[in-house]
Design a binder for this molecule. Sequence first.
Ligand code: PEP
Length: 249
Amino acid sequence: MRKHIVAGNWKMNNNLAQTQDLITALKHQNISSDAEVMIAPSFTNLYSAFETLKDHPVEVIAQNMHFAEHGAYTGEVSASMLESVGVKTVILGHSERRAYFGETDDILAKKVDAAFAANLRVIFCFGEELADRKSGNEESVVASQIKNALFHLDASAFKNIVLAYEPVWAIGTGETASPEQAQDMHKFIRKTLNDKYGEDVADQMSILYGGSVKPNNAKEIFSKPDVDGGLIGGAALNADDFFAIVNAF
Ligand code: PEP
């Protein structure tokens, strides 16, 4: 059985006090679901988040990292720095990183390699833009994002990858892919993995959906057979909403 995962991407929200308040609110929630639950606060709040969530099942993860081990990369954070504060999982390839910070498939391939060199698990994000979907190119765009950043890896590496399909037109817009659109794309993604690496890799891969998942649509999206969880933006900033989504499994 594939792992169910619900991860909250806090983006550039919440200072130290706000981070502590939200974590306190999260700790008051009941987890009735079988999903692994993760939150991704900003870099500056990772350490304190780990301290506050010691011995708690919610995992603290990072939103990004640089591919270099160390050096003259002002403002950047390396995999080993993340690892040194307790991070075991990092989000890579979010559409905001691609759109606002020029992250290409080549850069992401290097980041994936650097994450694995530091024994980090990767949540790899990808997804088509509205124009791609309107022109019927969503599958070819998604396939090339996956191939270019991940298909240099051995099959064994995929045990440490979680895929997150996030159609750009659905992120933060209130417009969600329909459960059928999500299912169709997740099935295609699994087939793409199957064609290259075979059934074992494809069947065990957790594929998350991201894009305006809210308490009122999570259950239906998560009920689809190839949807194994969600990457949650806006709704992850409210403890009740986030846990309503977590407990939709
Ligand atoms: C995201 O940024 O990964 C995301 C899915 O955001 P939202 O849930 O706000 O659409």
